[in-house]
Design a protein around this ligand. Structure first.
Ligand code: AHR
Length: 481
């Protein structure tokens, strides 16, 4: 049956920030993945890899969350500014007990953002940091006048303050960020956020630590006690291939794990629905955004790698996870204002993998590329059930209609027909990503095993388009009227 697309019935705006990234001081995400240092043979701009910055810019990365994750609640930002040779060397206790030399700090982060063209989402330390430390960081980053922190920043080479769009007050405060109870965190949030001052006319968007997965009580208590003091509240949910939470291999998995991982990813819909219902009680106008600042597949580390580094391969199955999850975020665009996939490079469901000077784009990267047209587009209302094992998004921006559709069946092709009201299709441009095997992936030896190619397998008739999607594929078609 055709899916009816109500071309003129626009839903909410799909915030571009749903396409956000998360980069933590974890494994080889920041060090090696982003930062190679100015003396490296790898082409870099003030220490930041150029191949990586360019690849991220090409998919319009809108925001990068940093420095953690669990690392954020152990991070003392003053260790990471000033001459690099004088910066403190510390131990990254959370992630492999490795040396952290603090060479990538606040200035380097803002330089990365500049190269990529992304906005800042800085996550502050509530677990082991003081209110003063947090207040001073905000002053250091944003204040342009005369003050101890602004003057120190100038001495360290940045005359102008930076725009800091988003600020997180603690991370996973129910776990690695301090093992707090929701009532205690909510009070602490109220106190810490007071000192996240606005030093410019662009107010900082303050994000409270929200629940882990289905901890509805956390959402209830924090919204009740601290709702009026926040702009957003976070949610974390990772897709796992095993209900017992054993980490399963990223490649060479059986068919049942194809579906168990995708089912776990699809749980995001129920989580957002239920958390939003609680938020509606305290915030019926939907002023507060739900910020899914950690999501993605969490699989077993690659054999022979440090288990604290969370380095996993990324296959066409992960591309399905990305596509299904982005579709869910789109459908909840009235509440979900930002999401940050974990993590940007070399960690968990990464966009990019690096090895020395080599860099490869993962199937997940390609989904973000195929889906970039939905950034800041209007969600278009549709009705009708899609075929089994398929899903889609339709959005419109500047008169162009973008349809992204996924077929996650492992054996069968699927035909998806869309019938557009008041829209006669004249020009169609399509691109598709598909894999031959369930675990098709790119490697440093074969970097283009899974790549985006032109998509022509469609038919059109006036206002109707039928897409024939091979198994394990995701495509985007752009339609001009
Ligand atoms: O993304 C890896 C870790 O997962 C983050 O540091 C933490 O916030 C979460 O538990």
């Amino acid at each position: 049956m055709a899916i009816s697309v109500l071309s003129n019935k626009n839903g909410p705006l799909i915030s571009k920030y749903i396409y956000g990234q998360f980069a933590e001081h974890l494994g080889r995400c920041i060090y090696e993945g982003v930062w190679v240092g100015e003396d490296s043979d790898i082409p870099n701009d003030k220490g930041i890899r150029l191949d990586v910055a360019e690849a991220l810019k090409a998919i319009n990365v809108p925001v990068i969350r940093w420095p953690g994750g669990c690392f954020a609640d152990e991070y003392h930002w003053k260790d990471g500014v000033g001459p690099r040779e004088d910066r403190k060397t510390i131990v990254n206790t959370h992630w492999g007990g490795v040396v952290e030399n603090n060479h990538f700090g606040t200035h380097e982060y803002f330089h990365l953002l500049e190269l990529v063209g992304a906005d800042a989402y800085v996550n502050g330390n509530v677990g082991s940091g003081t209110v003063q430390e947090m207040q001073e960081w905000v002053e250091y980053i944003t204040f342009d006048g005369q003050s101890p922190m602004a003057n120190w920043r100038k001495e360290n080479g940045s005359d102008k303050g930076w725009d800091m769009k988003f600020f997180g007050v603690g991370n996973e405060s129910w776990g690695c960020g301090g093992n707090m109870r929701p009532e205690y965190y909510a009070d602490l949030y109220r106190r810490y956020q007071t000192y996240v001052r606005n030093y410019t006319d662009k107010p900082v968007y303050k994000i409270a630590c929200g629940p882990n997965i289905d901890d509805y009580n956390w959402m209830e208590q924090v919204m009740k006690i601290a709702g009026p003091f926040m702009d957003g509240i976070s949610l974390h949910h990772y897709a796992l291939a095993d209900v017992w939470e054993n980490k399963r291999p990223a490649t060479g998995f059986p068919e049942e794990e194809w579906f168990s991982l995708l089912d776990s990813a699809k749980k995001m819909d129920e989580l957002i629905t239920k958390h939003s219902t609680i938020m509606d009680k305290y915030d019926p106008e939907k002023r507060v955004g739900l910020i899914v600042d950690e999501w993605g597949s969490w699989l077993a580390v690659e054999p022979g790698t440090n288990s604290g580094f969370l380095y996993q391969q990324n296959t066409i199955r992960d591309a399905m996870v990305a596509s299904l999850t982005l579709n869910i975020f789109h459908r909840h665009a009235d509440r979900v204002r930002m999401a940050n996939i974990a993590q940007m490079i070399n960690v968990l469901q990464a966009m990019l993998l690096t090895e020395g000077e080599k860099m490869i784009k993962t199937p997940t990267y390609h989904v973000f590329d195929l889906y970039k047209y939905h950034q800041d587009a209007e969600l278009i209302d549709t009705y009708g059930e899609p075929e089994e094992h398929t899903d889609f998004t339709v959005s419109k921006k500047d008169g162009t209609m973008a349809i992204s559709a996924v077929n996650y069946d492992v054996n069968e092709s699927k035909v998806l027909t869309f019938e557009l009201s008041d829209f006669n299709i004249s020009i169609v441009k399509g691109r598709i990503l598909t894999g031959k095997e369930m675990d098709s992936h790119n490697s440093f030896e074969s970097p283009e095993e899974v790549k985006v190619i032109e998509f022509n397998n469609y038919t059109t008739e006036n206002n109707k388009i039928s897409l024939t999607l091979p198994p394990m594929s995701v495509a985007t078609v752009l339609l001009e009227g």
